[in-house]
Ligand binder design. Structure first.
Ligand code: ADP
Ligand code: MG
Length: 622
């Protein structure tokens, strides 16, 4: 028999057989593709030498469409058919898009994911994203004059299941072989080569046009792990444009009455802001109400109006550090990502947050627009088997806790928020009633204690549980989150082996603001949740005791005298009444009274059970 040949680790069998793998940053406003060439990662240009592809698709008649710059030019004259920022709709339902009414699109509420009605028909965000990805794929194939082996696509660290699945679907629709989805902050850290540096904690500060994301990564034995994430889904460079535009208008005594005026004020503010990242002063100028206005503006003036917004990002950074129980001095470096981190104010503020004695560094020397795509390219190259040092493992975290509904509408969290993935975690549950043969499994996501306050992910039933006494069955429920962040849940009754499972279908999307709100609610309502939880738990326990006592009376009532039986029945009624009270302590007291009052009865039942078991057997058999 011929022996199978195995090449040395990290060496592809034939150096000319290098597989072409790319990294793609599928961004809200811009997308990029990068690849390793001659040992370094670089972004690939289009035929005109441009690196950034505006994430814009315009649908024309006859099945034609424009993608990128050409599409963006028509954003204002053909808004309904010119789709911008489609990333915000990925894996989302119509109801998840808070500002849908203010957007120019004809949204169609479809089961699973919202769709956009264009002149080319209904388009899902997945299809729109696939156009962008296919354009980048073509760009890469032209650059290498060869077929692609695969791609690594980046997603925000907080993207939920549905959003990740939608991204994967879009890539597959674009004809890409998805090697892996990785989080944007992890890609940025890889681009800086931090994985080859010293072990420890790093932060990634990403301030773009409309969003702010902060992530905490830990490097351990060459492996990155996203320890925690946070941020603000509605804070970015656009907000700085707003405040600067308003300031300039007030200086000039102008009023922006029409939408056109407002746009002009913002465009001028953005231009001035960007100039002030390198210059000390410039002039804001715009046509407002038909007449030209101009206002000189210094960097210091910009910083004065922008500082409160930058302060808000710092508050998020502090919160994430606190969440992760990390000291500022433990952070070895902060990777700066996103166009707004070019502002000196932002760089200094981040530096100052860590204090004068901080030994770490604020990393700014890789282009903040390209850094995510570059890191994805390094990772793609490694996953394609081209790298010298073998595969680099990247881990992400789960943005919201995952759990199950238990009796009383309570949530039992199985996988905590910020757990690294891939992760498999199991917990045992049991039946509530005697002879119960089926169990309804309800998978939820969120930080609150009550099911009603969390988001429902999936429901399924486990049937065929052998009839047993309440509490005797052992149902093991396993949550598995794969490397791409996709969840499957399985339930198995351990005695009989009956099993049921569900792969959480990407049928919902959750807006970032919703995630933010659910997290915030989790913190602010913790005390209130705790007392509600206590009451519900007490009620469940009362109900369980009542059921169990009734069953015992029915089975072995003859063990009690008439008086004893009446006393137990009175206790059962008292417990039932107490379960209707809103005072958890009163419910607990009734349950305790019932437990105490039925103790002799329970003892007699047990003795009888033992006698029956022993009846007719010789002692040595026992
Ligand atoms: P996103 O990831 O949200 O698409 P980007 O990372 O591309 O956004 O960042 C866009 C933001 O960066 C815009 O608000 C833009 O004004 C800002 N920006 C770009 N260049 C500069 C600069 N030189 N100085 C300050 N802000 C800049
Ligand atoms: Mg970005």
């Amino acid at each position: 028999m011929a022996l199978l040949q195995i090449s040395e680790p990290g060496q592809s069998p034939d150096p000319h057989q290098r597989r072409i793998a790319v990294g793609i940053d599928l961004g809200t406003t811009h997308s990029l593709v990068a690849a390793m060439r001659h040992g370094v990662a670089e972004c690939l240009p289009d035929a005109q030498g441009r690196l950034l592809l505006p994430s814009v698709v315009r649908y024309l008649d006859g099945g034609h469409r424009l993608i990128g710059e050409a599409a963006r030019e028509h954003q204002s004259d053909d808004p309904e058919n010119t789709i911008v920022s489609v990333k915000r709709f990925m894996g989302r339902k119509h109801a998840d898009i808070a500002d849908a009414g203010r957007l120019p699109y004809r949204f169609v509420d479809q089961p699973g994911m919202v769709a956009l009605d264009t002149r080319a028909g209904l388009k899902s965000p997945v299809e729109v994203s696939a156009e962008i990805l296919a354009t980048l794929r073509q760009r890469a194939e032209d650059s290498f004059d060869d077929e692609l082996y695969g791609a690594v696509i980046t997603v925000p660290a907080y993207f939920d299941d549905a959003q990740r699945q939608a991204t994967k679907d879009a890539a597959e629709l674009a004809g890409l072989n998805v090697l892996r989805l990785i989080s944007e902050p992890t890609a940025a850290a890889v681009a800086y080569g931090l994985d080859n540096g010293s072990e420890g904690l790093y932060a990634v500060y990403d301030l773009g046009g409309g969003t702010f994301d902060i992530s905490l990564l830990r490097l351990h034995q060459g492996v990155f792990e996203v320890v925690a994430t946070g941020g603000d889904a509605a804070l970015g460079g656009d907000d700085i444009d707003q405040v600067l535009g308003a300031w300039a208008l007030s200086q000039a005594g102008g009023v922006a009455a029409s939408p056109g005026d407002k746009r002009a004020a913002l465009v001028a503010a953005r231009a001035a802001k960007e100039v002030l990242s390198t210059a000390e002063q410039t002039v804001w100028s715009a046509r407002i109400g038909g007449r030209p206005l101009s206002v000189p503006v210094t960097r210091e003036q910009l910083e004065q109006v922008a500082r409160p917004l930058v302060e808000r990002t710092l508050a998020s950074v502090r919160r994430v550090l606190r969440d992760a129980r990390v000291q500022r001095s433990d952070v070895q470096g902060v990777v700066m990502v996103g166009g707004s981190t070019r502002m000196p104010l932002v760089r200094h503020a981040v530096r100052d947050l860590f204090g004068p004695d901080w030994a770490g560094q604020v990393l700014t020397n890789v282009n903040p627009d390209e850094v995510v795509a570059l890191g994805a390219a390094v990772q793609a190259n490694a996953l394609a088997g081209n790298s010298r040092d073998g595969e680099l493992l990247l881990l992400d975290v789960i943005p919201l806790s995952l759990g199950l509904e238990t009796m009383g509408g309570l949530v039992e969290r199985v996988v905590e928020r910020n757990t690294t993935i891939p992760e498999a975690k199991a917990q045992d549950f049991t039946t509530f009633k005697d002879g119960q043969t089926a169990m309804a499994i309800h998978v939820v996501q969120g930080e609150r204690d009550l099911v009603a306050d969390c988001r429902s992910l999936a429901r399924f039933e486990l049937r065929g549980i052998p009839p047993m006494a309440a509490g005797a069955a052992r149902i093991r429920v396993t949550f598995q989150v794969d490397a791409d962040g996709l969840l499957s849940v399985a339930a198995r009754e351990l005695g009989s082996g009956v099993e049921a499972s569900v792969v959480v279908k990407p049928s919902y999307g959750l807006a970032d603001e919703q995630i933010a709100r659910m997290l915030k609610d989790g913190f602010t309502h913790a005390a209130e949740d705790m007392s509600t939880r206590k009451l519900r738990e007490a009620r469940v326990e009362a109900e369980r005791m009542v059921l169990a006592t009734r069953a015992a009376l029915q089975a072995d009532g003859e063990l009690l005298s008439a008086d004893e039986r009446a006393a137990v029945e009175a206790l059962v009624r008292a417990t039932e009444q107490a379960a209707g009270l809103t005072d958890a302590d009163a419910v607990d007291a009734a349950v305790k009274a019932l437990a105490d009052g039925t103790e002799p009865f329970a003892a007699r039942r047990m003795n009888q059970g033992i006698r029956q078991a022993l009846a007719g057997r010789r002692l040595e058999e026992v």
